[in-house]
Design a protein. Structure first.
Length: 434
């Protein structure tokens, strides 16, 4: 894909591999190639000199996936001008895509008219898919904010970026009362992979009560929401709006736009506190996965991030937070309909993949959000036994027969796994018994 891989990433990948050869040999063959998988196989330089990131086996750029795919590289940008150029271009690509259509989740390399052009919605020749997902608008804010804080380079914040913030604010505000929204989405029945590929009621989704949260048509899995207020996505929005507020204040000196970010953030936060939690008979006060604001709740979690499991990873709260702790116990139990126990592994799955399948993203996120050494070691052991000899992560795998899996080339899962390995290395996890 690229003619040359940034030297700093090769250096860090070699370091990661050597570390695991010494401390966890079963994972050493995965370390380097998972760390480099995104930059080696999914980042492409286009004819106009910009960079485009595919998900792997799908030739489109998802806003969420691409941000997650390059996240572990951000901290090295200040040491490598070539890597810095690539990352700034990807951030710019996010800005351009959101400004083309803030309701779209995945985009083409240009106005190629590829993708799901037969979907019943306001499609655009630049758009691969137009499933509206809150996290698609949060991901660019997360990535650019982290880049800014890591490099102290504010050059990415131009007029187009400010327009992106305004577009995100507008969509979030409109979708606080979805009945007034013009967004609709249907996939023709003959083109659906499953019934969750479309929104009911002529593409508008089931009714929700305007309570302050912002509506989402689809989950990070690209499956439609059962109830339109997706709690982990609203949690991600709270954090992302905090980032946007700081950017507006410190970079643009725009107090009015910063105020809009702050007020919307507080409205969503208040609604999460009031309508986003339930008192479970077994686990106590915990977060629901979805609600409609009318008192109906969907108690579950999905391996795709943002998930309830990933809340600390999203920088919303600490792993020791009581509500999160209660929620986590629910997620990793038989009470969660998508928690899977097999003869080889147990962990978080998704209704997006076959029943009895666990996601490597879910296992990795379990380790990333744990402060329990034994739990982390258990996750590492399960991962070492479930990659089917490929030395790569997959989407979902059969918990009793990991040779059966979905998506052989899924860069997001590889990058997140490598990020977890790197975190354990930096923390000196294997050098201590505490």
């Amino acid at each position: 894909m690229l003619e040359k891989i940034p030297d700093i990433l090769i250096e860090k990948a070699d370091e990661l591999e050597k570390y695991y050869e010494k401390h966890y040999p079963a994972l050493a063959p995965l370390a380097k190639q998972c760390f480099l998988n995104t930059i080696e196989t999914t980042v492409k330089k286009l004819d106009d000199g910009t960079y485009f990131v595919i998900t792997g086996d799908i030739p489109a750029m998802w806003l969420r996936d691409s941000a997650a795919q390059v996240k572990p590289y951000i901290k090295y940008a200040k040491y490598d001008k070539y890597l810095d150029e690539i990352l700034r271009s990807i951030i710019k690509k996010h800005v351009d895509f959101v400004n083309i259509d803030p309701y779209a989740n995945a985009f083409n390399q240009g106005p190629t008219n590829e993708g799901h052009q037969d979907d019943i919605t306001k499609m655009n020749e630049n758009v691969w898919e137009r499933k509206y997902e809150i996290d698609s608008l949060c991901a660019p804010l997360y990535l650019s904010y982290e880049y800014w804080k890591s490099t102290n380079n504010s050059s990415i914040f131009d007029d187009a970026y400010k327009t992106m913030i305004k577009n995100i604010l507008n969509v979030f505000k409109v979708e606080q009362d979805h009945s007034k929204s013009e967004y609709y989405f249907e996939r023709p029945e003959e083109l659906r992979y499953k019934k969750t590929d479309t929104l009911p009621l002529k593409g508008k989704g089931y009714p929700v009560n305007p309570v302050g949260m912002t509506w989402s048509g689809f989950r990070p899995s690209d499956d439609c929401c059962t109830f339109g207020y997706l709690i982990p996505a609203n949690i991600m929005a709270v954090v992302a709006l905090g980032y946007a507020k700081e950017i507006c204040e410190k970079v643009y000196n725009d107090e009015q736009l910063a105020k809009e970010c702050k007020e919307l953030r507080e409205e969503i936060q208040d609604a999460i506190d009031i309508y986003g939690t339930v008192n479970h008979d077994v686990f106590g006060k915990m977060y629901a996965y979805e609600t409609d604001g009318f008192g109906n709740y969907n108690l579950m979690d999905d391996a795709n991030t943002p998930s309830l499991l990933s809340i600390p990873y999203l920088d919303y709260c600490d792993v020791t937070d009581e509500i999160y702790s209660n929620t986590r116990k629910f997620i990793l139990s038989k009470y969660n309909p998508h928690y899977v126990e097999g003869s080889v592994a147990c962990g978080l799955g998704s209704p997006h993949t076959p029943q009895g399948y666990i996601w490597h993203i879910g296992l990795t996120m379990q380790a990333l959000t744990s402060n329990d050494r034994e739990e982390i070691l258990k996750v590492l052991d399960m991962i070492s036994k479930t990659h089917a000899g490929t030395n790569y992560m997959h989407e979902g795998f059969d918990a009793s027969n990991p040779e059966n899996y979905t998506r052989e080339w899924f860069a997001w899962a590889n990058t997140l796994f490598a990020q977890m390995l790197e975190k354990l290395m930096i923390e000196g996890f294997f050098e201590t018994n505490k």
